[in-house]
Design a protein around this ligand. Structure first.
Ligand code: 0O2
Length: 224
């Protein structure tokens, strides 16, 4: 059965997608509450923006087939972690860990998996903090634990990943010397973005030290 027919004939598929959309709403609200509270205490926002998406039926179908699983509601719930996806964009690297810790310390959130591509970037230069979480959502028939993929990254990491996604990621641009050169250029850009992220973090620290002591931190002045 192809995905279009399956979806046309299947009210339950639409109900399931509705449930994933609700899970996204719950997560989004939690993140907005954290952002609001932090901004009142610290006069700045640890979250610049939040984007979310439900995986397209064709991508759900392809991923299940690729892995040899059937295309049924039960199989989607059991085998896919990223039907609901929430991307959180933060100004600074430290904000990523702050937001992740605050969210996962809430007692209705269960963390199923963490992939820290900031600590260990992918060989192509990709950086981001990924978590698979489970959050309970209340429907008329009761409470259902829903899974979602959270990607938390800086504005810089998101800039790189968005352009990589447009130009290269999952695109079959071939192999060979030319492609290696292109990949090497993309990797260089990722390193430049990473240096800039860390430089910005250092500037934030300089400002904080200056505001509390009236001086700049000695050890960093010469480095900037
Ligand atoms: P899309 O088009 O963004 O939805 P998975 O394949 O997701 O089951 P995996 O590989 O363990 O398993 O997941 P991972 O690496 O934790 O996260 C996958 C997602 O991270 C991707 O989703 C991308 O959104 C993002 N991502 C991972 N690597 C890269 C990369 O090199 N470049 C870019 N631009 N994004 C990346 P999808 O579903 O693969 O793609």
């Amino acid at each position: 059965e192809n995905p279009e027919d399956f979806i046309r004939n299947n009210k339950n598929f639409n109900r399931l997608m509705m449930k994933y959309r609700c899970a996204i709403r719950e997560l989004q609200t939690k993140l907005e509450v954290l952002d609001d509270e932090f901004s009142v205490a610290n006069q700045r926002n640890p979250i610049s923006s939040i984007k979310s998406r439900i995986k397209k039926p064709a991508s759900i179908y392809d991923k299940l087939r690729r892995r040899g699983f059937p295309f049924t509601e039960a199989s989607i719930v059991e085998n896919l972690d990223d039907v609901a996806g929430v991307r959180v964009i933060c100004p600074f690297i430290k904000d990523i860990y702050e937001v992740a810790n605050l969210l996962t310390s809430q007692d209705d959130i269960t963390v199923l998996k963490i992939k820290d591509y900031i600590e260990s970037p992918k060989p192509n230069g990709y950086r981001s903090y990924h978590m698979i979480v489970e959050i309970p959502v209340f429907f008329s028939e009761g409470k259902m634990p829903m899974r979602a993929e959270l990607q938390i990254r800086t504005i810089g990491m998101d800039f790189w990943a968005s352009l990589d996604h447009q130009l290269h990621y999952k695109k079959d641009i071939g192999t060979g010397e030319a492609i290696e050169a292109i990949e090497s250029e993309l990797r260089k850009c990722a390193e430049t973005v990473n240096e800039t992220d860390r430089h910005m973090e250092e500037i934030k620290r300089m400002i904080a030290v200056f505001q509390t002591t009236g001086r700049l931190p000695n050890e960093t002045v010469s480095q900037l």
